[in-house]
Write a protein that binds this ligand. Structure first.
Ligand code: CA
Length: 275
């Protein structure tokens, strides 16, 4: 073994540990990079509407979101919030529950009645549990209890944007092929060697996420958040099982996958070209 090789081997472990930390950190900071088009160009800046009456929180959150590359539009009461949100031009709404003029619950309900389907992240104060449940029933997509860490909010925002139609339909391609597999995203249909392949809804969502974010390494936790969602019960083992099923159904040799690859110590990545 050469001296150089020995040195590399000695450093491999700490390097790997360092990389996985970097990956975890970067996934929070690159919210808008995940919305790249197939050819790699950035579509548009994501636009977030913040409906919140606490001035301090408005300043903290809008500064932080702008630093992350989002455009931020602010409304300080429920009526203005509803008016702005009705335009349907935002990619996400962060909606406080207790607001002057019109409550967050009413804003949420009225938007959904008008078929404005922008994802809504609801902010509730401690002890507003009943409202929380009601909020989800009225069409909020997720909620966060005050006080919260800004990193937590950013993670929720990222997960919601990834799940939203703008991210999964608007910016992505209609079909994708690899090996002898062809995916029609709009019809959620997959063929291998021109024969239909049956995938469960979660297998399809996982495959779609991997393909849309191909050639990047995703940790099991990132995949859980992006595909299953934050409040889902499954653990990281669930990811492994679904990956195994996808390989079984799509890879020529599931034991030596060409496309759905394991990156040891880090997670999985979809490799778009045979290597
Ligand atoms: Ca409030």
């Amino acid at each position: 073994m050469s001296a150089k090789h020995e040195l590399l081997t000695a450093y491999r472990l700490p390097l790997t540990a360092h990389c996985s930390l970097l990956t975890a950190h970067c996934s929070l900071l690159t919210a808008h990079y995940s919305l790249l088009t197939a050819n790699g160009s950035l579509l548009t800046t994501m636009n977030i509407l913040l409906v919140e009456d606490e001035n301090g929180l408005v300043i903290t959150l809008s500064d932080r979101l702008r630093n992350e590359g989002f455009e931020v539009d602010v409304a300080e009461d429920g009526e203005k919030g509803f008016e702005k949100a009705s335009s349907g031009t935002h990619d996400l709404i962060i909606l406080d529950l207790m607001l002057p003029k019109k409550s967050g619950l009413d804003v949420c309900r009225d938007l959904r009645q008008k078929s404005v389907n922008t994802p809504i992240l609801m902010l509730t104060a401690k002890g507003e549990t009943i409202d929380k449940v009601l909020g989800l029933k009225l069409g909020a997509d997720d909620y966060l209890t005050k006080p919260f860490e800004v990193m937590e909010l950013l993670a929720r925002v990222e997960a919601l944007l990834r799940r939203s139609p703008a991210a999964s339909n608007g910016s992505s391609q209609v079909s994708f092929s690899f090996g002898d597999v062809r995916i029609d995203f709009n019809r959620a249909e997959i063929t291998k060697d021109d024969s239909p392949v049956e995938l469960s809804a979660m297998e399809f969502k996982l495959l779609q996420f991997l393909v849309e974010n191909r050639d990047k390494v995703h940790s099991r936790n990132d995949l859980l958040d992006a595909v299953w969602g934050y409040d889902a019960m499954p653990n990281t083992r669930t990811v492994d099982v679904h990956i195994a099923w996808l390989r079984q159904k799509l890879e020529e040799n599931p034991k030596r996958p060409k496309f759905i690859q394991t990156v040891h110590g880090l997670g999985y990545k979809f490799v778009s070209r045979e290597q």
